[in-house]
Design a protein around this ligand. Structure first.
Ligand code: ATP
Length: 248
């Protein structure tokens, strides 16, 4: 049986004394696939990513990375184990060059040959990163900066990348480019667990989707099936499914 690369099993998690946000949630990410988390605002999508990357310890349940139990491990351990988290919002250092920003992602990589190989890899995968290598990151557009963040996250050769709302604040054209790059990351062998407000667009590029509701996965399956499900179209995707009156 093929092992899922990342598994969150029966996870319960929350913040401080407040009520639990995740209440027995199970999500599985197969190797080299894009899995998209969909759900209403406040459903706990970002919280799933925080638990997966060790930023928030679960109160119950297990986290497995490539079959190994990593429950309770911190973010540095998980990064070293092959899991990279691109946080919501913009995190490039605007006064530093693209090169400096990308190399920050390699600060834990001791082998210089390996770093040089990864630089070649990310510059090829994200051409704009290569083209603007010596430019100040602050001079790039929002979509280009997001690609710098992707490149930085790939410097440690992660097996799975967590992407929290990568299209936030981007115009439709930049959003399309960012989603193309998500597919390229997947095609290059990196699994992606993706949280997106832009659920319809994200499900169009994802392999699998999970709908969160009340802290659990309510429905999951192939992304195409979710896109065609009329309940999701009305509840979560912001518009009626294609082909229905009023649809796009
Ligand atoms: N640092 C925090 N401290 C306390 N409560 C938090 C914290 N972060 C999130 N929450 C709460 O946890 C719940 C889930 O938040 P989360 O950000 O995971 O949802 P989400 O599905 O990603 O939402 P959105 O689509 O709006 O980004 C919300 O009720 C939120 O207020």
């Amino acid at each position: 049986m093929a092992t899922d690369l990342l598994e969150l099993v029966d996870v319960e998690a929350g913040y401080g004394r407040a009520a639990l946000v995740l209440r027995g949630l199970t999500v599985r990410v197969p190797p080299a696939s894009v899995v998209c988390l969909v759900g209403p605002n406040g459903a706990g999508k970002s919280t799933v990513l925080k638990v997966a990357s060790g930023l928030l310890a679960p109160r119950a349940g297990r986290i497995l990375l490539d079959g190994r139990d990593v429950t309770g491990h911190g973010p540095q351990d998980l990064l070293a184990a092959g899991l990279s988290h691109v946080l919501q919002g913009h995190s490039v250092f605007r006064e530093m060059t693209v090169r400096e920003n990308v190399l920050l992602g390699a600060h834990t990589v001791r082998d210089e040959v390996r770093v040089a190989e990864r630089v070649d890899f990310v510059r090829t995968l994200f051409p704009v990163v290569g083209e603007r290598w010596d430019a100040l990151a602050g001079a790039l557009s929002g979509g280009q900066q997001k690609q710098v963040e992707f490149a930085r996250s790939l410097m440690v050769s992660p097996r799975v990348v967590l992407l929290d709302e990568p299209s936030m604040g981007l115009d439709p054209r930049a959003t399309a480019t960012v989603f193309e790059q998500v597919v390229r990351m997947r095609d290059a062998g990196t699994a992606v667990l993706l949280v997106e407000q832009n659920a319809r667009r994200a499900l169009e590029v994802a392999d699998l989707g999970c709908v969160l509701d009340l802290g659990r996965v309510h429905i999951s399956g192939p992304a195409g099936d979710l896109l065609a499900d009329p309940r999701l179209g009305e509840l979560y995707l912001g518009s009626a499914p294609r082909g229905r009156p009023g649809g796009p």
